[in-house]
Ligand binder design. Structure first.
Ligand code: 3H9
Length: 746
């Protein structure tokens, strides 16, 4: 990289040629530097010798316009080094009269993914956002941001300090801090409402969802969309600003306070957020900041934002969500598997056109794959196609898809009765009823039909993948792809690795997850894999509590207060109690009794709760309560009373206990994979990190004591976990635990 700090004098052409022309030129080459710094010193000019030692930026100056290219791969996170350099460039530009305008850009990288999240766990060092703000304020020169790919979080906040913003037409702009348990803490809560108004600012920052360049233009967040080349558009724009006779550059932060939408606006929003976000703190702090933006002078507003940000960043919510952010990304790093080993998949077969098969087909179609969906039942073929078409039409209606894209999407779909039609597919995903004999038959047939390169996947939620693989002549090409329902919505994908699944097949599964924008987590074979295995354990403790007198609504309330999206009884009703019975055929339990009484959940309008036809709201049921009491009495179980905290502790301990066994057995590579599964597939509160992270917050010794207390009550359910003792003895946190494979040990 060549950094040229030459002026706009035509003699000082950009680049190395200039070295020969200028009268004195010092070239500093520093070992291990990515940058060569060229400082031009011309006694005829009133220039200062400036040596900017740049590793993360590159500067080119032409005709008085300094283009500063941010270069901190892969996502231009505003880490300490980049921040310091941006600040150095801004302060230098204030005194360098050869620079008349500044344009911040990138070559191929995204503009910026915001502050460097890795730095959040330690003390903040170096220059920060307020320093940028002050440096821009001190400039009597226009600052223009050229946004490529995305400007997120602190990246967008930096943009909003500048006088102008121009985005590439495909760029996205957003403040996703709330997804890290934070608020924008780099001036964003003061600048965004001044640019787009209070209501739009609030909805953008509370959702954390980025907006398109077009929406950003319409709402006033940016000044222009680059019709062609972003860089030349920005330079032309800068030139026009300089050509104006009157020069007055105004940062959005210096606009007047934004208007309050209505007298009771903030009061109503507060009530809404209290109900919607329960214990999650960031949205309410965000609301307070945006309210402050409407009344406080800018400096007081910025101080208020800083206080809110600092309180959140040091809190538990942010720690849990930060952990979750990295845990989710770590899941795709599987020892011994490289993503570049993945096979190219373009056409996918889906066997089964029911709810799951149709959902998987939609997920694939939405991301550009061609799909052959096989539904053996002639009556359900049309039903399957219509279901998919309706879902696609909904996406068009919601503005997620254009009509013409929806037509080309449906043109890639073939719904057929003939399994032979999948012969040309690169991957076939079986999504039929959970019956081993049926699956074995299908896999044998697929094995003989499909090309040797074809990967055969099962969507089983818990059957033995090794048995399925053994039915084929290509067990190394057999994998589990356990989608969660609805498959086109839920982000989690358990990628099941059989005993002989090859690294290439696993890499293909991981790459497919990425292409589908799903969170793929590799798990080993065991009944229920990770998620369902843990939920069975959790649910058996729900039954334990019900039989001791807890009402379904008490359990659900306690769990929801903790932050779960849904209570276990309402969740079981939604997925169907008969599914539970089917998955646990050997074990007779309370659930069998409910199912035998016709109480299968929402589908029969009766489960733990009663339901009105067509409605999903659970109503307490005296019938279900009576059946539970009778069952407890016939099993000679005495009623007890439990506080909400005791209920939650027991259920969390059940998850953690099973999670520890899963780690002991090496079913996942690391504890954080369990947390990723629980947060993204089972509604565990994201700001609490996941069950294994939560165990560390409880304290591992406290956990051990609690588990031995439960063991003293019912030994069979709470077996010893030697791994917990080992982890406690190591002094390391559970959530950082990594499984060491036998190969790694030797
Ligand atoms: C903030 O800005 C606070 C300010 O308001 C105030 C401060 C005072 N930092 O996701 P990917 C890494 S808070 C550090 O696989 P994609 C990521 O870990 C920040 N690292 O790619 C991964 O590393 P690895 C607000 C980051 O293309 C690699 O980059 N911003 C950061 O699917 C690739 O990531 C956000 O919340 C970061 N900010 O998605 C944005 N971002 O390869 C968070 C990414 O080692 N980031 N990495 O696993 C995202 O949403 C997505 O990563 C993004 C790219 C859309 C950018």
């Amino acid at each position: 990289m060549v950094t040229s700090f030459l002026g706009d004098d035509k003699r000082y052409a950009d680049g190395l040629v200039a070295v020969f022309i200028i009268r004195l030129c010092a070239v500093f080459m520093i070992k291990n530097l990515h940058a060569v710094v060229i400082c031009a010193i011309d006694p005829a000019h009133d220039w200062k010798l400036t040596m900017l030692d740049l590793h993360y930026c590159e500067i080119r100056i032409q005709d008085g316009i300094a283009c500063i290219y941010l270069n901190n791969p892969p996502v231009n996170a505003l880490s300490e080094g980049l921040r310091n350099e941006i600040h150095a460039v801004l302060t230098h530009a204030a005194t360098d009269h050869t620079i008349r305008a500044l344009v911040f850009l990138t070559h191929d990288l995204p503009f910026s993914a915001g502050a460097d999240i890795k730095e959040f766990s330690g003390p903040m060092k170096g220059k920060f956002f307020l320093d940028f703000y002050q440096a821009i304020e001190a400039l009597d020169k226009p600052v223009i941001m050229g946004i490529r790919q995305y400007a997120l979080g602190g990246g967008l906040e930096f943009c909003m300090m500048a006088h102008y913003r121009i985005a590439h037409r495909d760029a996205r702009l957003g403040l996703p801090e709330v997804k890290l348990g934070l608020i924008p803490g780099g001036t964003g809560t003061m600048s965004l409402p001044r640019l787009v108004g209070v209501d739009a600012a609030l909805s953008m920052a509370v959702s954390g969802q980025p907006v398109s360049a077009q929406s950003a233009l319409e709402m006033g967040l940016i000044d222009a969309i680059a019709a062609s080349d972003l860089e030349s558009t920005c330079i032309e724009f800068a030139q026009k600003q300089l050509d104006k006779s009157e020069h007055q550059w105004l940062s959005p932060l210096h606009r007047p306070n934004p208007a309050v939408p209505s007298a009771d606006y903030f009061q109503k929003k507060k009530a809404e957020y209290d109900a919607q976000f329960q214990g999650f703190k960031a949205p309410l702090r965000l609301l307070a900041c945006i309210e402050a933006s409407t009344s406080l002078p800018i400096d007081a507003g910025l101080r208020f934002e800083q206080t809110q940000f600092m309180e959140l960043i040091t809190g538990d919510d942010a720690a849990g969500m930060r952990y979750g952010f990295f845990a989710q990304r770590l899941a795709s790093h599987v020892p011994g598997v490289r993503l570049d080993q993945a096979l190219t998949i373009s056409q996918v077969g889906v066997i089964g056109g029911g709810l799951m098969g149709a959902g998987i087909s939609i997920a694939l179609l939405m991301k550009g794959f061609s799909v052959v969906c096989v539904e053996a039942d002639p009556e359900r073929v049309a039903h399957c196609r219509t279901g998919i078409e309706q879902q696609v039409a909904k996406s068009v209606h919601a503005g997620k898809l254009t009509l013409s894209d929806s037509k080309s999407l449906l043109a890639r779909l073939q719904v057929t009765q003939s399994i032979a039609d999948v012969a040309q597919c690169d991957c076939v995903i079986e999504a039929v009823f959970e019956k081993m004999s049926l699956k074995l038959e299908i896999f044998k047939e697929l094995d003989s039909l499909c090309a040797p390169h074809t990967i055969l996947a099962s969507n089983t939620s818990g059957l033995d993948l090794n048995t399925i693989a053994a039915a084929t002549q290509r067990p190394e090409k057999v994998i589990g792809l356990h989608f969660f329902s609805p498959a086109h919505v839920m982000r989690l994908l358990e990628i099941v690795r059989g005993q002989v699944t090859s690294a290439e097949t696993l890499a293909t599964g991981l790459a497919l997850a990425k292409q589908l924008k799903k969170i793929g987590v590799v798990v080993g074979v065991c009944p229920g894999f990770v998620g369902n295995r843990m939920i069975f354990k959790y649910f058996s403790q729900v039954v334990w509590l019900l039989l001791r007198g807890c009402k379904p609504q008490q359990i659900d309330h306690a769990v929801q207060q903790f932050g779960f999206a849904m209570g276990p009884c309402a969740m079981a009703d939604m997925s169907g109690l008969d599914i539970w019975v089917h998955a646990n055929p050997g074990e007779r339990s309370l659930i069998h009794t409910l199912v035998e009484a016709g109480r299968c959940g929402q589908k029969t309008q009766a489960g733990f709760y009663d339901y009105t036809k067509g409605k999903k709201t659970p109503q307490p049921s005296s019938v279900a309560d009576g059946l539970i009491t009778d069952y407890a009495r016939s099993s000679a179980i005495q009623p007890q009373s439990f506080t909400d905290a005791e209920i939650v502790k027991r259920l969390l301990c059940a998850l953690i206990h099973e999670g520890l066994h899963i780690l002991e057995e090496g079913i996942v590579s690391r504890a954080s994979d369990i947390d990723t599964i629980y947060v993204h597939g089972y509604g565990f509160p994201i700001y609490r990190g996941g069950p294994m992270f939560y165990a560390d917050q409880m304290g591992l010794s406290v956990l051990r004591d609690q588990l031995s207390h439960y063991r003293s009550e019912a030994e069979a359910s709470w077996s010893e976990v030697p791994l917990l003792d080992e982890i406690i003895a190591s002094g390391k946190p559970l959530h950082k635990f990594q499984v060491v494979s036998p190969e790694q040990k030797s």
